[in-house]
Design a protein around this ligand. Sequence first.
Ligand code: 4AD
Ligand code: MG
Length: 468
Amino acid sequence: MQDFEHEINVRGWVRTKRGSKNVAFIALNDGSTLKNLQLVVDLEKIAETELALMHTGASISANGLLIPSAGSGQSVELSVSSIELLGACDPDEYPLQPKKHSLEFLREKAHLRFRTNTFSAVSRLRHAMIFGVHKFFNDRGFYNVHSPIITASDAEGAGEMFQVSTLHFDNLPKTEEGKIDYKQDFFGKSANLTVSGQLEAELAALALSKVYTFGPTFRAENSNTSRHLAEFWMIEPEVAFNDIFDNMDLAEDMLKYLIQYALDNCADDLEFLSKRLEEEEKNKKADEKSMELISKLKFVLENSFERISYTEAIDILKNSNHNKKGKFAYPIEAWGADLQSEHERFLVEKHFKKPVILTDYPKEIKSFYMKQNEDGRTVRAMDVLFPGIGEIIGGSQREEIYDKLHNRMEEMHIPVESMWWYLETRKFGTVPHAGFGLGFERLMLFVTGMGNIRDVIPFPRTPLNCEF
Ligand code: 4AD
Ligand code: MG
């Protein structure tokens, strides 16, 4: 209900100011919505000299009565009775002019880009999705677990970790063999930032049954792409007694729930982002344009994800005209090849034209903890592939049999001794279990229609980029 009878106070930042002889109009925004509030300032009541400093970017506080608006573009406006400048903003220095700035330019102004329509919309959506994640799991009886950020183990076994140390790099203590003596380091051993909370989530699931983590994860892979960050947020559910089929159902339910959550709670912001995308792609050829954002989100809700095995996917890829004509940068020749993002996107965007869940990958290209299939050459892995994104989720059923896990760890040179705690869960009441990791920023890319992962996290961390 709007209060038209009592004076109200509003505070925010000036987006634009324009005026005529007797009256000035200020578009004010406080970040709560895309919509600005129009302040109508009667120049007979308020001196022009006071208004003179209220440039774009300045912060102000105004009192007045809300009145139905005669102008188009808003239903109400504020008839100002008093107005105060809180923080001035020098128009000659302020980088955000009331015009369109490129996303690249705004990345360099990440301290201010929250004030643009695009980033305020992305920020509000990001919040809604975080909230939606917790609601989804809470409503289904999952417990949130905080997995550690500093760890001594490499959950993925890929060796792409940032080291954490208090040793002085210019004077590293050495052992007799000339190696760095981590015994003298803070933890008495070498430690890293975590690449995944999975292993700890497994420990919790083997007692609490249904758990999830939602935390920052760090990867020191030197991938300068529009899909990779060095610091990103991952949602990792882990469920005791689930097999890979339950795991696929959970992943599909969760993604659909979150997309529906965005449609239900962020309609204005999605509409704005849809127009932004349309504008951005206006010069692209028809067959290169992406589907309109809101239709794309609804399309995912209305269709079941295609579920096929890695082996079937390789057949499709190998026999595709795309492959035969040499259009893949990495041609598919034989079973066993790791899939690149171009292959994933071919399956999703060209072949099935909907999200795809790929299962049962060769064990050589997947992590040590995945449940081994009877064929001796594949594991019960599952990757969820999305249009425009490629891999959005990676997960698996876990190897719950002690001997098989132990052997696989040895084969893959995973340090068995230091991971005694992980192995022990397979000795004390082990059960089948499964889980997966959803890259939160990849989901944000999909939902917002933004093209670069640096634009869906406030302060991206990428190779050679750690400003702000
Ligand atoms: O496939 P990944 O490496 O799987 C894991 O980490 C498992 N421990 C998850 C689990 O089973 N609990 O990563 C999971 C997801 C990917 O599908 C992708 O969406 C995202 O994390 N991801 C990244 N997102 C942004 N930047 C990066 N560098 C990413 N690496 C992975
Ligand atoms: Mg993966």
